[in-house]
Design a binder for this molecule. Structure first.
Ligand code: GDP
Ligand code: IMO
Ligand code: MG
Length: 442
């Protein structure tokens, strides 16, 4: 199979975990290119539920390699905890997981600064996951970050932590934060983490290049979603990394010429966690009902997700930014109860139709969504595994989304489990998938 990017097309939590787990069957390596343990990718295998935050979902299939790329920000405690819980569940991680020596490390002072920034009066509150993600990327771009390679070198680690702690304590005081961090404690703790991480660390760009040279295929697992991308999302209500498909190249050291396909993942409706514009948000009982039926609570923070209708302008924008070849629609079953389903087809702003996604969050807050209401199918699609079983109105709904978004739908998910999935028979990606053999060990 040609190397494939799986990317979220909305504001995250689209179901990337389920899709990556499903598609990993026909790849050799699964690689994360950005984000950190702000991600929560759920995979359900029978009665077992895994929420992966840092480790690519491919780890759940035997014999696949999993790579955490240079574009990821790494909290060593979170990674070690995740490895431990996988191993307790009987999944072998050692020898299959590789961590980039160029990934940046999250330190306690990053969380301290994020907490202070999020609660400082007068600063825009983003509603982050409080994992220190933003401040770590700030240090990376400010060329004062600590990379995994530095973590493994005790002398470098000490020097860099001391400089970081001195600066961050000053900043924390300026933000009136009550916390501070002690350099000696951090050095001791992180030196201990380093010893446990050492066997996993590699030059992952070189590793991937070697593997691809030998004909192995890579599935790139996006975290967050296109509208949370630091450049292309609803800035400043975004995460701090390049979550759109373009991030896969820089976040792993993969040449653009090695990317074969891009598949987007979207819910049959829309959700968002945290602050920021959400044009199709359904406030009140309709939104509550979707939240309840879809169990829309954050996999990482447990926060209730804001729920709303499918937003065609968002999908068209995602198609453009990511160059989507194909689309996966998740959670169709959550809409089973609805007699009518509104879909947003366009935005109006100050009396005119908007042709492009506004760059200003304040403008997006004020647009007026233009809806078309489609009839619901009012019967259960939960767990369906073939297109032929779908009620006609559900087929019409999918056809409508695909026509308006301008991208083929190849896969529809009808439940959280791997098998609760159906393939669209006419889609190009479906045919390509059927031609490819399952790779060893899947
Ligand atoms: P990710 O961050 O994009 O991987 O998505 P999350 O794991 O945060 O959220 C998706 C949630 O939807 C998880 O709880 C999944 O188990 C669940 N899920 C995935 N596909 C389906 C589906 O088709 N139907 C239902 N009802 N739940 C699904
Ligand atoms: P997955 O990979 C949904 C949101 C946060 C907040 C904003 C910035 O599971 O789809 P951050 O902690 O990254 O600085 O927070 O981004 N956010 C997510 N929302 N899914 C995610 O990941 C998210 N990761 C971050 O809620 O609004
Ligand atoms: Mg998630």
């Amino acid at each position: 199979m040609k190397n494939l990017i799986v990317v979220g097309t909305q504001w995250g939590d689209e179901g990337k975990g389920k899709v990556v787990d499903l598609l990993a069957a026909k790849f050799d390596i699964v690689a994360r290119y950005q984000g950190g343990h702000n991600a929560g990718h759920t995979v359900r295998l029978g009665d077992r539920k895994f929420i992966l935050q840092l480790i690519p979902c491919g780890i759940l299939r035997p014999n696949k390699l999993a790579v955490i790329g240079n574009g990821v920000v790494l909290d060593p405690a979170a990674l070690l905890g995740e490895i431990e819980s996988l191993e307790q569940a009987g999944i072998t991680v050692q020898g299959r997981l590789f961590v980039s020596n160029r990934a940046h490390v999250i330190l306690p002072y990053h969380r301290m600064l994020e907490k202070a920034a999020e609660s400082t009066p007068g600063r825009v509150r983003i509603g982050t996951t409080s994992r220190g993600i933003g401040p770590t990327y700030e240090d990376k771009m400010g060329r004062r970050g600590i990379r995994v390679a530095a973590l493994l070198d005790s002398q470098t680690l000490r020097c860099q932590v001391e400089a970081g702690v001195a600066e961050k304590n000053l900043l924390a005081r300026a933000l009136n934060a009550s916390d501070s961090v002690q350099a000696a404690e951090v050095v001791e703790q992180y030196a201990a983490f380093a010893e446990r991480l050492r066997p996993l660390v590699a030059d992952t760009a070189a590793l991937l290049a070697r593997e691809m040279e030998q004909g192995r295929s890579v599935l790139f697992e996006g975290a967050q979603g296109t509208l949370l991308d630091v450049d292309h999302g609803t800035y400043p209500f975004v995460t701090s990394s390049s979550s759109a498909a373009g991030g896969a190249c820089t976040g792993l050291g993969i040449p653009p010429t090695r990317i074969g396909r891009v598949v987007g993942v979207s819910k049959a409706y829309t959700t968002r966690v945290g602050e920021g514009p959400f044009p199709t948000e359904a406030r009140g009982p309709q939104g509550d009902k979707i939240r309840q039926r879809g169990s829309e609570f954050g996999a990482v923070t447990g926060r209730p997700r804001r729920c709303g209708w499918f937003d065609v302008p968002v999908l068209r924008y995602s198609r453009m930014i990511n160059g989507l070849d194909s689309l996966v629609i998740i959670k169709l079953d959550v809409l089973d109860h609805l007699e009518e389903i509104p879909v947003c087809l366009g935005y109006r702003y100050r009396g005119s139709d908007l042709k492009e996604m506004p760059a200003l969050a304040s403008e997006l807050e004020r647009i007026e969504p233009v809806y078309r209401t489609l009839p619901g199918w009012c019967s259960s699609t939960f767990g369906l595994t073939s297109y032929e079983q779908l009620p006609q109105r559900a087929r019409d709904y999918l056809r409508f989304l695909s026509d308006w978004a301008g991208v083929e739908i190849s896969i529809v998910s009808t439940g959280p489990e791997r098998e609760q999935t159906l393939w669209m028979p006419e889609a190009e990606f479906t045919r390509e998938w059927q031609r490819e053999p399952v790779h060893d060990g899947a």
